[in-house]
Design a protein around this ligand. Structure first.
Ligand code: AMP
Length: 460
């Protein structure tokens, strides 16, 4: 038996069967490194990104030894955003199919609290949610965690970045001291060490080295002078013309400023940073993923969890503070079949960071002169799609088919002109090809969807 076989773990047969039914053949590295110790009840401090299989790692840990006949909340997963909480709940429910009568509940802000009170009358075994809303329930007494034995802090660095530290610590204070605490974070700033020290008990450390062996990434560095950053970024965009790019900045406020500046220069750029509300974040990510925006300006923390396929380029507007973060950033571009592009801008005083990257990746980097960057006349990088928004979503019983139907039935539009349709609770986003955007806006605005009128807007 191999160390990466799930069957090497002391799990119940039903759980093992279900894992196999889900098509998980081997443990991912984070699972193989954390599960044996986690199942022994040890605390865990793990570095893991979205896509590493971390959710299944702690999910299996939480389901192991869960007592479904006890009407008590036994595990709590704290997440920074509703988006992540929904993803986690989904994965937990898939894993829990094997264990009859497991109750898993998601409790997040931004949705009415009243229905949650009703659902909580029968305590869920596992609660997943965002700190603010969980604390509200604890203070109201609608949720009790005094019998909790497992606590997960997922994307802990992002929770801190979003200002949840106080709520998090308050919640942890209300849990029994003899709990198992599993902390997942993609980066390890000092604050994470401090939290770990404060709330964990001799945690096992798991740190994964990023490997991108299966990807081809063309990496180029440009040395710039003071005041040349934005100009060089624009020159890079002219020269390489990438259709979809994430530009990394080190500070939140820079993202917004840079996005505005790029707009003025005729680029479609959107900022993604920790100060956005969930609704705005959903909108920005939707526009970028459905190809109606070509540039996403983000901080490391905000870009966490970003799962965007077809990313052609990553540009380090600011150099990452450490080589590991740099490698993680550029790993977002390039796929097995296509070469990705990673551009980094640095000033002379940042040269030690470039050296650190060379040492980390064990190979020299290519430094090119900005003079080689070719500017093009009348260059515009306009994204192929435009996003329309409708003030109706899942909770209004809308489905993608209804919207597609409204756009294409009795009109001269066809399905090929319509891109992704993303439905949220009360809002829907529809990507349409740029040349037909006005027409699509008119059709949806003047007509009805499922017999009802909706407000339709074209997003910038
Ligand atoms: P996560 O990093 O938790 O967001 O998981 C990334 C994806 O990998 C999810 O779609 C999981 O369902 C899937 N996954 C998790 N564990 C495994 C595994 N051992 N084998 C194959 N897929 C997995």
């Amino acid at each position: 038996m191999n160390k990466t076989d799930f069957s090497s773990l002391p799990l119940a047969a039903e759980l093992l069967d279900n894992i196999a039914a889900l098509g998980y053949e081997k443990m991912t590295p984070i699972q193989a490194q954390s599960l044996p110790e986690m199942l022994q009840g040890k605390d865990l401090l793990a570095q893991a990104q979205t896509g590493s299989g971390k959710t299944a790692a702690f999910g299996i840990g939480l389901l192991h030894k869960l007592i479904t006949r006890a009407n008590q909340t036994q595990a709590l997963v704290l997440c920074p955003t509703r988006e992540l909480a929904d993803q986690v709940s989904k994965e937990l429910r898939r894993l829990a199919r094997a264990i009859p009568n497991t109750r898993i509940m998601t409790l997040c802000g931004g949705t009415p609290i009243k229905p949650q009170y009703a659902s909580l009358e029968q305590p869920p075994h596992i609660v997943v949610g965002t700190p603010g809303r969980i604390l509200q329930h604890l203070q109201k007494g609608s949720l009790r965690i005094d019998k909790l034995n497992k606590l997960v802090l997922d994307e802990a660095d992002r929770m801190l970045d979003m200002g949840f530290q106080e709520e998090m610590l308050h919640i942890i204070d209300m849990t029994p001291p003899h709990r198992q605490t599993l902390l997942f974070s993609a980066t390890y700033p000092d604050e994470i060490h401090a939290i770990s020290e404060a709330v964990q008990n001799e945690p096992v450390h798991v740190r994964l080295e990023e490997t991108h062996d299966d990807k081809k990434i063309k990496q180029v560095f440009y040395e710039i002078q003071k005041g040349e950053r934005t100009k060089t970024l624009i020159a890079v965009l002219h020269h390489y013309r990438p259709e979809s790019t994430v530009v990394f900045c080190n500070r939140k406020f820079q993202c917004q400023e840079l996005a505005e500046e790029l707009w003025q220069q005729g680029f479609h750029a959107l900022a993604l940073h920790g100060d956005l509300e969930q609704k705005e974040r959903d909108q920005v990510l939707t526009q970028f993923a459905n190809k109606s925006s070509s540039l996403l300006i983000a901080t490391d923390v905000a870009a966490r969890g970003l799962d965007i396929k077809d990313l052609q380029a990553v540009i380090n507007f600011d150099m990452a503070h450490d080589a590991e973060i740099h490698v993680h950033r550029i790993g977002r571009t390039g796929r097995a079949d296509k070469e990705g592009l990673a551009i980094s801008l640095f000033m002379a005083q940042e040269a030690p960071r470039v050296t650190a990257i060379e040492e980390y990746q064990n190979s020299p980097v290519t430094i090119e002169s900005t003079a080689k960057l070719k500017l093009r006349d009348n260059f515009r990088l306009s994204p192929p799609m435009v996003t329309l928004s409708i003030n109706g979503g899942r909770k209004d019983k809308l489905r993608p088919g209804d919207i597609l139907g409204a756009l294409t039935a009795n009109t001269d539009l066809n399905g090929k002109m319509i891109g992704k349709i993303d439905l949220f609770d009360r809002i829907a986003y529809i990507a349409v090809e740029r040349p037909i955007a006005k027409q699509a806006l008119r059709i949806l605005g003047e007509g009805k969807i499922k017999g009802r009128k909706f407000k339709v807007k074209k997003l910038r």
